[in-house]
Design a binder for this molecule. Structure first.
Ligand code: DAH
Length: 345
């Protein structure tokens, strides 16, 4: 039996040395090391041996088994290694190839534009105050000097969303935030304030290239003890210069119920530099915002004594600012979710 075992060892290792693929290796394992393999068959004979023969035969059988098993494991590693180096040679990897581009997300142009506006006003000392999108009729109109049935209401086509004893609506402009900011930050009309109030506004309009039913406005409000119309002009001119570069601006008399006097500010057309073009309808100027000195009724509703305090306010259409800056033809692109538009920013 000792001879048998030695022969088995030599024969199996000899065969193993020629094996270089995984299927053949598995066949080899089943043939020699398997449960019904040749080694197992040999070992089953141990029981038939005499007491004297058994220890030596048992010992050798275990040695043979161990050496076949370790040769088998070594072969697995050797085959893997050989497969790897073969594939490295036959399909070389070019580590200098550029990677595949990853599709990156980006900020919506309206968001980028708003952030630019916040940055400019922030640099000029105005903090952002967030007011609500769902408002009462009282805040959206009455508190800023537009009583019920006042004809000025025609300027704000309104989405009413509930008709309880307090009419509830989607704010048509950010101006009601003036009252909330004065009441929340003014400490009963004792503190000056400088805020901008950005946010979505809604109007019941026929959408067209120039009008959308929703748009962002940025309202501004400064209240102090000696604020004059000169402060309004200087501050708004500075904003226009920071936003559009140093081009001329002009102020026009206008009317809003919540300011007195009121003014519209225009900036020289950024397309034609004042020469005249379709964008500015050949006027050389683009209208960018409405503004004025805060009406005494509005100051009082915000908790300030209009005999001691004054202020200026303004409201600008944020998407309009971006439209003028980038020459965008249709305001509906902003909420149209067309990637061909969005990816240009
Ligand atoms: N609320 C006005 C609108 O929606 C814009 C506006 C004009 C706001 C003059 C102001 C202002 O604060 O002073 O058309």
């Amino acid at each position: 039996m000792l001879d048998e075992l030695n022969r088995l060892r030599n024969e199996s290792l000899e065969q193993l040395s020629h094996i270089w693929d995984e299927a053949a290796l598995e066949e080899w394992r089943v043939k020699f090391l398997g449960r019904n393999g040749l080694l197992a068959a040999e070992m089953s004979k141990l029981g038939t041996l005499s007491k004297e023969e058994k220890p030596a035969a048992g010992k050798l059988a275990n040695e043979v088994k161990a050496s076949l098993e370790s040769a088998y494991q070594a072969k697995i590693g050797a085959i893997k290694q050989r497969n790897l180096s073969e594939s490295l040679e036959s399909e070389p990897l070019d580590v200098t190839l550029p990677g595949r581009p990853v599709k990156r997300g980006r900020l919506h142009p309206a968001t980028e534009n708003l952030r630019e506006i916040y940055r400019i006003w922030g640099d000029m000392g105005f903090q952002v105050f967030r007011s609500r999108e769902v408002e009462s009729d009282e805040m959206n109109f009455q508190m800023i000097n537009i009583p019920p049935h006042h004809p000025a209401r025609d300027n704000w086509s309104t989405f009413y969303i509930a008709d309880t004893d307090q009419r509830v609506l989607l704010r048509t402009h950010t101006s009601p935030g003036q009252i909330r900011a004065m009441r929340e930050l003014g400490q009963n009309g004792t503190q000056p304030l400088r805020v901008i109030l950005p946010g979505m506004c809604y109007r019941y309009e026929q959408a067209s290239s120039r009008y959308e039913i929703q748009f962002n406005q940025v309202e501004g409000l400064a209240v102090g003890r000696n604020i004059t119309f000169a402060d309004l002009k200087g501050t708004l001119t500075e904003f226009a210069h920071r936003m559009y570069g140093n081009r001329p601006v002009r102020f026009y008399g206008d009317h809003f119920p919540f300011t007195e006097p009121s003014a519209q500010m225009d900036v020289q057309c950024i397309i034609c530099d004042g020469v005249g073009c379709p964008m500015c309808k050949y006027t050389g100027y683009l209208e960018i915002l409405g503004s004025g000195m805060v009406h005494p009724h509005v100051l009082r509703n915000g908790g300030y004594d209009p005999n001691e305090w004054s202020g200026f306010a303004f409201g600008l259409g944020a998407e309009r600012i971006a439209i003028l800056k980038h020459g965008i033809e249709d305001i509906r692109y902003f909420w149209g979710n067309d990637l061909r538009f969005l990816e240009q920013f």
